[in-house]
Design a protein around this ligand. Sequence first.
Ligand SMILES: Cc1ncc(COP(=O)(O)O)c(C=O)c1O
Length: 389
Amino acid sequence: MGGFNYVSRLAQNYPTSGIRAMFDLATGYPGAINLCNGEPNFETPQHIKESGIRAIEAGMTKYATEPGLISMREAVANKYTREFGYDYDIYNVMVSAGGVEGILLSLMAILDPGDEVIIPDPTYTCYLGQVLTLGGVPVRVPLYEENGFRLQPEDLEKAITPKTKAVIVSYPSNPLGAVLGWEDIEQLAKVIEKHNIMVISDEVYEKIIFDGRRHFSLSQVPVIRNKVLVVNSLSKTYAMTGWRIGYVVGTNTDIMRSMFKMQQAVISCLPPFIMQAGADAINGPQDCVEAMRRHYERRRDLLFKGLSGIPGMKCFKTEGSFCTFINIKDFGMTSWEFSKDLLVNAGVMTVAGSAFGAMGEGYLRMCFANSDENIIEALKRIRSYLTRK
Ligand SMILES: Cc1ncc(COP(=O)(O)O)c(C=O)c1O
């Protein structure tokens, strides 16, 4: 017999990342400026690094329990008790390998094959593949620029069927940069209250929010709190993307207990020294978070102002996250063709809006988690290319 020659149907149909497509193409353009990366360009703050090193030296290098280190779960529970005004404890907290695993565990605890999950369009790319992996059926609900890319209660209502098990809500939004106000939260909560569905609320950008806005969560609405799983992460807030630490917070203890159990199947547990550093990040000084947020806000302004001066580039002014979504419909090209064009002719890497769903066609995503110099140079290149085109 020859070698094994079968790849699962899931693997065959697994969505390929439009972001990866740009990275692959860009290998042929070594001088290109990368405005694709949705990751802080700051170092993890020194006191957090030192906490991780201390924890390794103290021998925190063995297996831990599935839901996570008590100190990390306490830190998260205290943070949410403080910030959301509800009394959380460690049984409301599941530690995960970044927000990505938090979303997967949430879905694992809710979904049966054939169940529908409502996913906004455009949105962060991971959700689709995760729902498909569990045999779920993704149902896309459009987000419109004229509504500031905020999910509309009537659009959510229309998408709900007897098979709907969950809706994924993601604000501040990657790739859109949109944020929900309290009124939006209240209106969406009215729809959710009526139906037997869960909300997975991806709030990994909660601290990267601009112009004096505040972050609001569906889990702050008492009548639906039990139906909401908040997914959060230390990746963006503390520039800890490579540490792979996040968590899920929920008051529905049956669902939380299911996640504790199923972590066995995924990675069994997080490294304890990473969880200790995570606890110290959350309990420690937060001025580093505010300092990074201010840099992002300044860079948001730099990019927004620069792009606004280029004919045809219609920017949504980012309210939160470090992504800017730009309407490029005036150029009459598909977003992939346009992003390719910018790479080849201007030497700037961007992501085609279509990578985030069909509704992203006609848009481009740029990230400003980058140095001022790179943003200025990228703007110069784009302006120079598009004005001589
Ligand atoms: C909206 C959103 N959710 C979740 C994640 C996952 O981040 P992590 O797994 O590093 O916490 C990302 C990362 O880019 C994101 O943009």
